[in-house]
Design a protein around this ligand. Sequence first.
Ligand code: DOR
Ligand code: ZN
Length: 330
Amino acid sequence: MTITLSSPLDMHIHFRQDAMLDLVAPLSALHFAGGVIMPNLIPPVNSVDRLLWYRGEIDRALAGAAFEPYMTLFFRDYSEEELIAAKPHIIGIKLYPAGATTNSDSGVREITAMNHVFAMMEHHGIPLLVHGETHGFVMDREREFCEVYRYLATTFPRLQITMEHITTADAVSLLDEFENLRATVTPHHLMITLDDVVGGLMNPHLFCKPIAKRPEDREALLQAALRAHPKLMLGSDSAPHPLDKKECPGCAAGVFTAPIQLPLLADLFDRHDSLHNLQAFVSDNARRLYGVQPPERIVTLERSPMTIPDSYGPVVPMWAGRTIPWSVVS
Ligand code: DOR
Ligand code: ZN
């Protein structure tokens, strides 16, 4: 049993910089034709100069691989001139609430104070990508943030807004309520709940933000993904941290899945008789929603087992050491 995918896209990835970039960028390029690169470096990618520098670093790390990095800027109070200068180089601007996650200290403190920037982005057709969590109780952060999504979607009806890495049934419902909302979802949030993170022995390699939620949330996400909901895209949020930053007190948030997500998804869709929808979920929806045309790549998977490596350099992937039924053959 095999399945052939045309130009898979990962619409939310952390590539980092320096040695980590050199390690992880080629791993994404093995299976993907492109991806949306997150800007939460230290310092953040929040100027055109820094964006062009980062793009150069990524191109160097990719060493000619047929992988299109769709760049993002870190949201701040940009002037109209800055937005106009950035537009040809970016797929969107990523908004982090201040302190919500890794390297987000310079994020937004008050959403409505940025309305002039949202209005300019709407006018210039620049998508807004959002880490949608409040500072409330950890399990309620995304649900509480749905009010902000509602506010943005109605106040700026022509602004294309991507709810990044959704984890709740509430966020899935918003997709059908507002024309200008779409979302990414990670493979791990389709497969795990909070129980997998802390319900037994604590697993730091499944700890991420937003944290995995309840079984009914996972089920809502899974059903939307399996039918390739037309406004839902694969975005792995693959977020590498070295082992010593994960297996320690103060464990960093992030699950590393870049090299294993297509086998994980092929298995998941296969078990639910939904392989016919995998192409739309991993590529076609993103191409349509963002109007992108990635390089032509054919990736073939087959139902033959692979054992997930214990590590990639210093980074431990999700489910390290586990054998899964599907693998990439080319
Ligand atoms: O778990 C996460 N890790 N969530 C994020 O939003 C950021 C990411 C990271 O950069 O490590
Ligand atoms: Zn992320």
